[in-house]
Ligand binder design. Sequence first.
Ligand SMILES: [Zn+2]
Length: 281
Amino acid sequence: MWSLPKPQHTAQETYEAAISRMRDKDLHAVYRSATGTVTAAAANYAAAAEQGLAHALLGEHFEAGAVTRKQMITLYDDRMAHPKGPARHIYNAIRARAPYDRCPSCGHRDARTLDHVLPKTKFPALAVTPLNLVPACHECNKRKGNQVAASAETAAVHPYYDSFDTDRWLHAAVEQDRPPAVRYFVEAPQHWAAADQARARHHFDGFGLGALYTAQAAQELANLEYRLGRLAAAGGADGVRDFLQENADSCRHARLNSWQTAMYVALSESDWFCDGGFKLG
Ligand SMILES: [Zn+2]
């Protein structure tokens, strides 16, 4: 759910790059005839997305003129996503927008691919539209599949148009077990629109972020045990808490809604954890 800057390449230059260097002149002419349709579709999509209404668009309005659905999908697969495709440089530029090469949906795994916000099978005219393409990891891309949101509450969080990073919505709680565990949950601020609060929860559940982050936190808790033991020996629970708070501040400074920020905040706020709860066994 990270925000990303919009891609710099326009829909038209991307489409023209994708259809360039085509040996079959007749086929090229068919593709070229759809240039206006594709650029108009991109403009309509951008206008809707700007208002948070991309989910309300209908696929039947996004056919690509004389170019068939299959031909548009092939255009993306063979001429934009393919490593030797003429529009691959634009694919790479979009993917390179992911901070630290991380997938903006999970904030954790490598952004190895691009995901179509509106699927190319249902919205063929947007198959190579940069604003419809966001960096993603394979897992998140697979989880999302070809789904189109049925309502505003389930609309995917759009990295180019939504800014869910400005408020804290990802929280964690310490489970008082041996070994200790961290569980994650979503609690969006009350001043958010109800639909956005629902979208944050839907995103968290749909991408399986709770289990992913709990597993990461478990590994981090194991790394911390020795250090916290030394701090406790020197300064008691206060020494542990100070260290955790400082880490929380530092993580928050980097990213408000990372699993690390939520974890360190929860750990530092848990008296049980600071007072020896950090011991794994
Ligand atoms: Zn991901």
